[in-house]
Ligand binder design. Structure first.
Ligand SMILES: *[C@@H]1O[C@H](CO)[C@@H](O)[C@H](O)[C@H]1NC(C)=O
Ligand SMILES: *[C@@H]1O[C@H](CO)[C@@H](O)[C@H](O)[C@H]1NC(C)=O
Ligand SMILES: *[C@@H]1O[C@H](CO)[C@@H](O)[C@H](O)[C@H]1NC(C)=O
Ligand SMILES: *[C@@H]1O[C@H](CO)[C@@H](O)[C@H](O)[C@H]1NC(C)=O
Length: 406
């Protein structure tokens, strides 16, 4: 999905607009139609010239508490321009998008969740392959620069002196409705999954109602975005998600922060910039080096140093730590083996492997797939039935299993 242009028509070519985060962790959602530029509190207040001491305070704060940013789509840019090749690219001074390692350093970014994103159109097609390729790209990228380090725990994130790399999978469509895939993503290092992107999955609805504009019916946080479970809202800075016009600037973004703080409190806010995931960013916040400008503006508005430590870093670390505690407390539980009912998946690309009851197992070493050489696509199943001796039994067994799961 592309960023909506001010006229409400799709913007021309450009990286798809990712909605923000929905951290692992959970949250996402930010949409605050209350902050229309021109009516916001800050817009009515005279512009204050940048104060050197505030700027220095912002930078000092960020030096001590480097930002953990929840969302960046540079891996998508690498796919689009270089077919996931890293050999011909220098990411330190990379200038294809809004992100480079040098600019991350200038922006005091201490940790970055890189997004393993593939477009919604790949759902029920090759979303899984493409997502795995993006995960592989992120892992290779983080291994090939001495200033980067892939981390998968809150402790490693907090302790590294390098720029910590984390992996987030953007969009439940990448799971292909399989919990096995979710577990496998975890093994590969992914530490959050956004439930949906701009498309529904068979098991979750996208929060984008209609196509444009985003969240057209929502004025402020939806119930999903409100503090219920201690998660955090990772605020996207993309103009499209902020639903602003082209005049959006740092004041507009700060209005969103003020509003979210008023609704849920500063302890439940983080930043998921979405750089390289959208074309338009507010004036003054055009790339990842500009985060200090936002922090300076929040200081100007009276946010305390303690609140901003949380926004920059502490809140995410707290939630990440809590998620790890849940994992530890759940260690004794057996992993879920539920399967999504085949009938509710529309993909013709899904293979339906034969299932047998134990008592009907034909021979100890016969592989299930050998029962039918034509087993592959779902739609060919009926064609292959006549040549499957145990076919009917298999189908009967299938429906029993399916009913049982359902
Ligand atoms: C942001 O834009 C508004 C309205 O256009 C303006 O009043 C305000 O001064 C701008 N803020 C900054 C920090 O430039
Ligand atoms: C990036 O840095 C390398 C090595 O210093 C240099 O050769 C290259 O021209 C630079 N690229 C850009 C886009 O500045
Ligand atoms: C992160 O590291 C800092 C400095 O070493 C420490 O004070 C803080 O407690 C750590 N936070 C977490 C969540 O581990
Ligand atoms: C959207 O609009 C419908 C109909 O007016 C209303 O029932 C519903 O509560 C609204 N949803 C939100 C999230 O505001």
């Amino acid at each position: 999905m592309r960023p909506p242009s001010p006229e409400g028509t799709p913007a021309p070519r450009g990286p798809p607009l990712r909605r923000l985060l929905l951290v692992l962790l959970l949250p996402r959602l930010v949409s605050d139609a209350h902050t229309t530029p021109g009516t916001s509190s800050s817009a009515t207040r005279p512009a204050t010239p940048s104060s050197p001491s505030l700027r220095e305070r912002a930078r000092a704060l960020m030096r001590d508490f480097p930002l953990v940013d929840g969302h960046n789509d540079m891996p998508l840019v690498l796919r689009q321009f270089y077919r996931q090749g890293l050999h011909d690219v220098n990411l330190r001074n990379f200038s294809r998008g809004q992100t480079s390692l040098d600019r991350l350093r200038d922006g005091f970014v201490g940790a970055q969740f890189w997004s393993a994103y593939v477009p919604c159109q790949t759902q029920e097609r090759d979303a899984l392959r493409l997502t795995l390729e993006q995960i592989d790209l992120i892992r290779r990228m983080c291994a090939s620069y001495s200033e980067l380090e892939l981390v998968t725990s809150v402790k490693a994130l907090n302790n590294t002196r390098k720029l910590a790399c984390l992996i987030g999978v953007e969009g439940g469509h990448s799971l292909d409705s399989s919990l096995s895939i979710l577990r496998t993503f975890y093994v590969l290092g992914a530490r959050y999954l956004t439930l949906t992107h701009t498309c529904n999955t068979p098991w979750a609805e996208s929060s984008a109602k209609g196509i444009h504009p985003f969240y057209n019916n929502v004025s402020g946080l939806t119930s999903f975005g409100e503090k219920k479970n201690g998660g955090i809202v990772m605020v996207s800075l993309s103009s499209g998600v902020l639903q602003c016009n082209l005049l959006a600037n740092v004041s507009t973004v700060a209005d969103h922060f003020d509003y979210i703080r008023a609704v849920i409190g500063s302890k439940f806010i983080g930043i998921g910039g979405d750089y390289d995931g959208a074309r338009r960013f507010p004036q003054g916040l055009e790339d990842v080096s500009t985060y200090p400008v936002l922090i300076e503006e929040l200081l100007r508005r009276g946010w305390s140093g303690e609140e901003l430590q949380g926004v920059l870093r502490g809140n995410l670390l707290r939630v990440f730590g809590q998620v790890e505690q849940v994992r530890e407390a759940s260690k004794g539980q057996r992993p879920l083996e539920d399967e999504f009912p085949d009938e509710q998946l529309s993909s013709s690309c899904r293979s339906v492997l034969s299932r047998l009851h134990q008592t009907q197992y034909p021979s100890p070493y016969q592989k299930l797939t050998e029962i039918s050489p034509e087993w592959s696509p779902k739609q060919s199943l009926s064609k292959s039935l006549p040549i499957m001796a145990p076919g009917l039994i298999v189908i009967a067994a299938c429906s029993v299993l399916i009913l049982w799961f359902w």
